[in-house]
Design a protein around this ligand. Sequence first.
Ligand code: ADP
Ligand code: MG
Length: 337
Amino acid sequence: EKRRAFREIRELPDQLISQIAAGEVIERPASVVKELLENAIDAGSTHVEIRLDGGGIKRILIQDNGCGIPKESLSLALKRHATSKVRNLDELESISSLGFRGEALASIASVADLHLSSKVEGSDGFSIFKEEITPAALKKGTRIEVTDLFYKTPARRKFLKGEPTEQAHCLTCIKRIALANPEIDFSVFANGKGVLSLPPSTLEARLERMMPKEFLEAHRTVSAETPSVKLYGWVCLPTAAKTRTDCQYFYVNGRFVKDKVLTHALRQAYADVLHGSSQPLYCLFLEIDPLKVDVNVHPTKNEVRFRDSSAIHQFVFHAVENAISQSVLADPLTGEL
Ligand code: ADP
Ligand code: MG
């Protein structure tokens, strides 16, 4: 029998607390990209430039033209549980920004080198690196450079895949965010070469840029509304289904989610027309009173919890089933009704 003597309880050092917290949110370069892009969007940016080197492992650089961070807030931006987005429980429960935990920058800085520069309208720009603030020349907005991800936590680094795979994950993440923010201009470079350029456009135009030809040729629009929830977007007809799941975009209040309730409702709507490993393609936006959905379920905020999940399930199921069942009446050659 193993007996262990009591070992003195101690508070963890701050850096280690952040590294533990980082474990939940920062899994790979794509997680860094997601957090930084969400910050750029929350800051009201209309132009965002993303540079990835070595799949984002060597370097991620994101520059936006958003509101910026004033000099006196720069060190707070990097501090754990420090945020400009939430002040109290009421605000948390009715949150409309993508961020609110005040943990991303602190987490990233604990597992990589993070260089933050920012400039607000009408004042000079400043940089912060390792707690030291220096003047910096830049246009209004924020520039964040993250280098050598996980070099501080080698055990984590071992779980990363090769650079091409990590780069692909970053691009998937960028596309998810870009599709929900068509008015924002995104340019993406990988190892110095332009790989994706999305000028500001309408949602329809961005969808056309991002969805495969098969989908554009065979889809239906979805539009349904009750007094408390609204669903709109596009779903594929069975002929456009694929075996891959990379064109399944579902957003709740502008946030990309992978939610069991919603995925199940979708599967069920296609149950009679899709079989085996065939996957529907879709881009759907659910809008719901923030008080009726909890986004504070997981640190990555990719999951949500609906207050009335069976009503949401029914609503999504019927709206999608309705949209695709119209195709039964459609001309099989043109797809037109
Ligand atoms: P959160 O987004 O949950 O507030 P973060 O750690 O991601 O936490 O960011 C901390 C704070 O730094 C934000 O609340 C915001 O005030 C500021 N910030 C971060 N990125 C940007 C940005 N790109 N533009 C303007 N402010 C930013
Ligand atoms: Mg954030």
